[in-house]
Design a protein around this ligand. Structure first.
Ligand code: ADP
Length: 460
């Protein structure tokens, strides 16, 4: 300020001196006055430039001037720069937070005090059918029209969440969205949404599973209890007692089968994936299957005048198929269950053909074909579900638990193999399992035989 006053005085003195030099004392007064006006004019001009620049807000066009206005412009420019840097930092931070909110697997909607959408992430937009740009500042109640949601929103009681149908929900493919409102700030609300379809389905499956297990156990148990009461209360002769005891043993065996299969399933779900260290000869697996299949067929056809025709691969050929890596009990379970099903569902006189063949790309296909009743196409995608049966009575009559194919599917997946089912009603079914090449180890053949074997494989 002092400098500014000094500068003004210097101008006056210079003007006065110049006037004195030209006209004497009056000239000095006039010179000082003209110098003062010139100084004020210059000052006003500089001030006006700074003001114009401040109004434009364009930091790049800072006026270069000196004196008080120069310093004011300089300080203003520095403050503006600082402010701009802070705004940029805050914006970057906001963008980072929004990016994080976009990346969350749940839907997020920010609502103002009146329930207008201020922001929503893509997940919420997809779940509710919002347009993240167009629907900003729309009232949420106009976009989510579910009456339950309107009641929830109006209730002001947001302790619990609520579940509503998603936008893409159809009766055949329901989509369930859990919605939870969280009030914050000045009457604002944060709406969190989560797709709970899979959770609800898992819950429903668990309930069905428990109901099915209870039913499977309760039925033979009721029959068993009835027999026990009969034995306790009625005076039966030895023959009748023996008949009742045989029926009781049958019911107990049925329960045992269900429990055995349930334990197998839970073991499959709980144990680590099969490694590659345990190798089992294919021939040994198949031999056991053949023994079991023939024994089961003999039992099931004992009261018929016709038997099953059972065709198994030749033991010698199987020896050349080498070994397979995996959990032996699981592999055995896969092969045995498929053979047992073919035997159980094929009427006496029918043919069951079991094959093991390798493909040119090193895989192996185990297949069981039967001439049984076949399976209608609508059942095929579901028969590997737990307790799903097409022919309920045949399944029970032959000791089925409804869990055999669920076990097969699980064990097959665990070994990286693939289960294929082809069937035609009235003609029969083919169940085949393709094992991956890395789980198979074939003995090396002498050179001459190797080319013959390759040629045979190609011809198959
Ligand atoms: P189950 O113990 O009842 O046989 P599975 O899980 O092994 O249970 O099979 C499920 C259902 O698939 C069976 O109840 C049966 O209706 C059908 N099924 C399985 N294998 C065959 C087959 N080879 N031929 C006809 N139907 C079959």
């Amino acid at each position: 300020m002092l400098w500014r006053f000094g500068y003004f005085l210097a101008w006056q003195l210079a003007g006065g001196a110049f006037g004195w030099w030209l006209e004497g004392p009056w000239g000095a007064v006039l010179g000082a006055a003209v110098a003062a006006w010139l100084w004020f004019g210059g000052d006003l001009w500089r001030g006006a430039r700074v003001l114009r620049w401040l109004r434009s807000g364009d930091l790049s066009a800072t006026p270069s001037t000196f004196g008080m206005w120069g310093e004011a412009a300089d300080r203003a420019r520095r403050l503006l720069r600082q402010h701009q840097a802070q705004v940029k930092q805050s914006e970057d931070r906001l963008q980072e937070i929004l990016a994080a909110l976009q990346a969350t697997p749940n839907g997020i909607v920010l609502l103002d005090a009146e329930g207008h959408i201020e922001w929503c992430n893509q997940i919420a937009a997809a779940q509710f059918g919002f347009d993240a740009q167009r629907d900003v500042m729309q009232f949420i109640g106009n976009l989510v029209r579910d009456p339950d949601f309107s009641a929830y929103y109006a209730s002001q009681n947001y302790i619990h969440d609520m579940v509503l149908c998603g936008r893409d929900s159809t009766p055949s493919r329901p989509v369930r969205i859990s919605v939870h409102l969280h009030p914050y700030g000045d009457g604002r609300k944060l709406l969190l949404s989560r797709d709970v379809t899979a959770l609800e389905q898992a819950d429903a499956m668990r309930r069905d599973f428990v109901a099915n297990v209870s039913h499977e156990i309760r039925t033979p148990l009721t029959v068993l209890t009835g027999f026990v009461e009969t034995l306790q209360t009625l005076p039966l002769d030895a023959g009748e007692r023996a008949r009742y005891l045989a029926m009781m043993a049958q019911q107990a065996a049925r329960m045992q089968n269900v429990v055995h299969d349930l334990l197998t399933l839970s073991r499959l779900e709980g144990s680590p994936l099969p490694g590659m260290s345990e190798w089992t000869p294919v021939q040994a697996l198949m031999q056991r299957c053949e023994d079991e299949g023939r024994a089961l067929s003999a039992v099931l056809t004992q009261n018929h005048h016709r038997r099953h025709v059972l065709q198994f691969p030749d033991a010698q050929d199987l020896r050349a198929e080498g070994e397979i890596a995996g959990v032996p009990s699981e592999l055995q379970s896969v092969l045995s269950n498929l053979i047992s099903n073919a035997v159980r569902y094929t009427p006496a006189g029918g043919t069951i053909t079991v094959q093991w063949r390798h493909t040119p790309d090193g895989k192996a296909i185990f297949s069981v074909s039967d001439t049984g009743p076949g399976i209608a196409p609508e059942h095929i995608p579901r028969i590997t579900e737990r307790f799903y049966r097409v022919d309920r009575s045949r399944s029970r009559e032959t000791g089925g638990t409804g869990l055999g194919l669920a076990i097969v599917k699980h064990a097959v997946q665990r070994h990286g193999a693939k289960l294929d089912i082809a069937s035609e009603v009235g003609k029969g079914s083919v169940f085949s399992v393709t094992f991956p090449a890395n789980r198979l180890r074939r003995p090396a053949l002498p050179d001459g035989l190797q080319s013959t074997a390759l040629a045979q494989t190609a011809l198959r």
